[in-house]
Design a protein. Structure first.
Lengths: 249, 368, 283
């Protein structure tokens, strides 16, 4: 894999890097030697059709599903095999498809849960205030059950809960799934805004290729568990062959 | 798969040959499907009875009573097998049905000594089936831990009834009666203990033939389907409630008959015989013997009787005190349960499902 | 009327014991979807240990503390060694495994201490109508229930426990160490079960002493809805009072059957228990 010269030149290690990541579900190889590098502060998209291995990639990277072989590096540190709950403490947050919101809890309980890995009551309270500033609708519904939220609000809650932990890298699985285009656009804007304000690194898994490519800097395209192509998002969006073969655009 | 099942060699193994035979029979038409397995199971039962007769003739009274003990526990565990192994419902109340049978038998003999033995057995079976109907209907909608909890309450609650009505049921001492010995016509040919073993095995084998036929037949197919996937079974038109209640009735009938046999052999029925531990041991032995086949019930019955015997002998040899000796079997069976569940990584049900798929493949192709 | 009032007070005191054991069953069921059939055996082992410690030190309260510690330890060990390996097995497996543990522990207690009854002390004076011992039972159980409510509702530990129980994977993604949290839920619940054992043991302790208590606790837990701690406490007290009437008017031997009848009636009307929430999950 030819790394971007600009990245190679940079002294800081990549925020997230996988080397030969391979995952099996029983006898089925779901992910096949995936190499991927995300620069700090980048908004990186991982695209592909249904079953291409996007979610598997996130689950392996975040420690939910230990890979059969390959390595995962977080800011240059090998974290392969570390369980998800420990990676959260190192700043890697995974927002699963549908958000993984606990509908039995209230909105604020969901957010407080996200902040429990932070030390100190004051830090937690400050984080809560910041998330409420970012997502006003959540502040209004703080005592309500999370099950009463709309799809877009649930996605906000899921992202907000991840932000509560003070992440350095955030992995988002299909945040636009089932949402109206307007809401999707708002969420993409928000991610870009967060990234530019806080230097947060975002890895975005999407089936909605057009939206993701417009919002992201670079992208990988997965096909049947392997990397089919990668490059700057604008180039991929402009390449008619990539569009036809992998993105259905 | 199917051809090997139908090969002549399979005649040597009645158990695995069963579904394949049933499948060919179903394909050929309705009548043989009912007649053929019943006849075959009957022949097997006669052979087994002959074996028991030979065995008891060759041995003394102690072995006779152990053989009888194995026979009645075989019947009890086989009844539980239909419920747990075939339909996947964990019932902890099987001892309660044995209690019903034992007390029905004892009450009849104490109050109407002239009643023939066969009538007593029939009455015990009927009482057990009624109890099974009541319990089955009341618990038809319960599943998993709810059913296990409710049947556990039955196992603890029912024997206490004997304490409530001491005049009728004899309280904690239970009901004692003079056991009916060998008929005068056979005196000299068989002694009393041998006769008892033969009676128990006759009853047990009749019960087993009924259980085997039910398991191979439509009811068994329905129950296995329910066990493997209740939702799919209901969607495909299987009468879920009726199948489950029927399983309970047959299972309770078998348990009750086993209880009647036990009362007949011991000449007494006491509440402490049917405490919760009995139900737990029955279930543990079943899991040890193997879920899903009548052979499993046979190994289970052997285990129940001979673990007790071995425990007593071990305690005697090592000069352990009575507290240790009395509790050895329970600890053994408990440990067996834990080890089997843990060593079977896919779980009992997974093993069951694998078994179910293995067995139902031929009959499914036969049905379609 | 006097008789009725006495029966009610007695029922509340014994009901507190059922409530405590039911509470321990529900906490464990809530956390790991396992109905722990070994729970009465944990209480039994704890009570016998308390007996031994009290005999050695002469202090009832040293025995009491030992019982709670033993209960917690048994609970955590069982979660770690028996329940966690079966997390992905069929629902039948934990039922059978905990039944096996029940048999092993009950048998082991019989081996060590014998099947003869041992006389077991009350914590406080037990004479008279609604004695100090009765008050202690009721008060301690209500206090435990209240403390649990506060723990679950207001503390980070409680939030972790709820999240780990509801959606373990989502909890992990928020940094909750689910394994440790579930083990501590088992420990906490089993300590409460040991409390039930300490309250239920007097005046005599035998290896089968808790069989009936367990039956009533199951009735209370299931009738209250297996997932609702409040249902367990309310159910336990209700079962206690009800069975006190059955004992007083029909005979103590029929209590277990009466509890079964009540349970089946409740389940026929509300299959998930009286206090189950609308969105009860499938078991």
């Amino acid at each position: 894999m030819a790394a971007d010269p600009a990245l190679r030149a940079a002294s800081a290690p990549p925020a997230l890097r996988t080397e030969g990541l391979t995952v099996h579900y029983g006898a089925v190889r779901a992910l096949d030697t995936v190499d991927l590098e995300v620069a700090p502060g980048a908004l990186h998209a991982v695209l592909g059709a249904n079953g291409a291995g996007k979610t598997t990639f996130l689950r392996a990277a975040s420690g939910l599903h230990p890979p059969r072989s390959g390595r995962v590096l977080l800011f240059g540190e090998d974290v392969t095999g570390a369980p998800a709950e420990e990676l959260v403490r190192r700043g890697l947050l995974h927002v699963p498809e549908g958000g993984g919101v606990l509908t039995e809890l209230t909105v604020e309980e969901n957010l407080r849960l996200g902040g429990l890995v932070r030390r100190g009551r004051a830090a937690r309270a400050a984080a809560l205030g910041e998330v409420y500033d970012l997502f006003e609708p959540l502040r209004e519904r703080r005592t309500r059950s999370a099950s009463s939220l709309s799809g877009g609000e649930r996605q906000m809650l899921a992202i907000g809960r991840a932000l509560m932990a003070g992440p350095r890298v955030i992995l988002l699985d299909e945040p636009s799934l089932g949402l109206a285009p307007l809401i999707t656009r708002r969420i993409m804007h928000l991610l870009q805004d967060l990234r530019s304000r806080t230097g947060l690194t975002v890895v975005l898994v999407e089936q909605n290729a057009r939206t993701a490519l417009r919002a992201s800097d670079r992208a990988h395209v997965l096909d049947q568990g392997a990397v089919a192509t990668e490059g700057p998002s604008a180039d991929l969006l402009g390449d008619p062959r990539v569009r036809a073969a992998y993105l259905g655009l | 798969m199917a051809p090997t099942h139908r090969a002549p060699a399979s005649d040597a193994r009645p158990d695995t040959a069963g579904p394949a035979k049933a499948a060919t029979a179903t394909r050929a038409g309705r009548r043989p499907a009912l007649g053929h397995p019943l006849l075959r199971h009957g022949l097997w039962a006669l052979a087994a009875l002959a074996a028991v007769a030979l065995l008891t003739a060759a041995t003394g009274p102690v072995t006779d009573l152990r053989v009888a003990d194995v026979g009645l526990h075989l019947l009890a565990v086989a009844g539980l097998q239909l419920l747990v192994g075939t339909s996947g419902q964990v019932s902890l109340g099987h001892g309660a049905f044995m209690f019903v049978g034992a007390y029905t038998m004892a009450l009849l003999v104490v109050n109407l000594p002239a009643v023939p033995l066969a009538a007593g057995m029939a009455a015990a079976c009927a009482a057990g089936c009624l109890a099974g109907l009541a319990v089955g209907a009341a618990t038809a909608r319960l599943h998993g831990p709810y059913l296990a909890g409710a049947t556990l309450m039955l196992a603890v609650g029912l024997p206490a009834v004997a304490l409530r009505f001491p005049d009728l049921l004899g309280g904690a001492n239970g009901l004692a009666f003079t056991a009916i010995g060998a008929p005068p016509a056979l005196s000299g040919l068989v002694d009393d203990t041998q006769w008892r073993a033969l009676v128990v095995w006759t009853v047990a084998l009749i019960g087993l033939v009924v259980l085997a036929t039910a398991t191979r037949g439509r009811l068994g197919r329905h129950l296995r389907a329910l066990r493997d996937d209740p939702t799919a079974a209901a969607l495909s038109g299987i009468p879920v409630g009726r199948a489950r209640v029927t399983a309970f009735v047959i299972s309770a009938g078998a348990g009750s008959l086993a209880g009647a046999c036990q009362a007949y052999v011991l000449g007494t029925a006491t509440p402490s015989t049917y405490a919760l531990t009995l139900s737990l041991v029955l279930l543990a032995a079943l899991v040890l013997g193997g879920l899903g086949s009548l052979w499993g019930a046979f190994w289970a019955a052997l285990a129940i009787v001979y673990v007790e015997v071995a425990g007593t002998e071990l305690a005697h040899a090592l000069e352990l005190d009575t507290d240790v000796r009395n509790n050895l079997p329970v600890v053994f069976f408990g440990a067996v349960l834990i080890i089997i569940v843990l060593a079977w990584p896919r779980g009992v049900h997974g093993a069951l499902s694998a078994l179910g798929r293995h067995r139902s493949t031929p009959s499914q192709t036969g049905d379609s | 009327m006097e008789h009725f009032a006495n029966l009610t007070l007695n029922g509340l005191a014994t009901g507190a014991v059922y409530a405590a054991l039911a509470l321990s069953l529900v906490l464990i069921y809530q956390a790991t979807r396992v109905l722990n059939f070994a729970q009465p055996a944990f209480a039994l082992v704890s009570a016998y240990l308390a007996y031994a410690v009290t005999a050695a030190t002469g202090s009832y309260w040293a025995g009491f503390a030992a019982a709670l510690a033993a209960g917690a330890l048994l609970g955590a060990a069982t979660e770690r060694l028996l329940v966690r390996p079966l997390r992905n097995a069929s629902p039948l497996s934990p039922i059978i495994a905990t039944l096996g543990l029940l048999m092993v522990l009950q048998g082991a207690v019989g081996m060590v201490w014998g099947n003869e009854p041992l006389s077991f002390a009350y914590p406080l004076d037990y004479r008279g109508r609604f004695s100090p011992a009765d008050a202690f039972a009721l008060a301690s159980v209500l206090l435990v229930a209240l403390a649990l409510f506060a723990l679950y509702r207001f503390t980070p530990a409680g939030l972790r426990m709820r999240a780990a129980a509801i959606r373990p994977e989502a909890a992990r993604l928020s940094g909750v160490r689910v394994g440790a949290v579930l083990a501590s839920a088992w420990a906490l619940a089993s300590a409460i079960g040991a409390l039930a054992g300490m309250l239920a043991a007097p005046p005599f302790l035998t290896p089968n002493a808790f069989d009936l208590v367990f039956v009533f606790a199951i009735a209370a837990a299931v009738a209250g809805g297996l997932e609702n701690p409040f249902g367990a406490v309310a159910g336990g007290l209700a079962v206690g009072v009800l069975l006190s009437y059955v004992t007083g008017y029909a005979g103590p031997e029929l209590t277990a059957l009466a509890a079964l009848v009540v349970l089946l009636t409740v389940l026929a009307l509300k299959p998930d228990g009286l206090f189950s929430r609308a969105a009860a999950r499938k078991v």
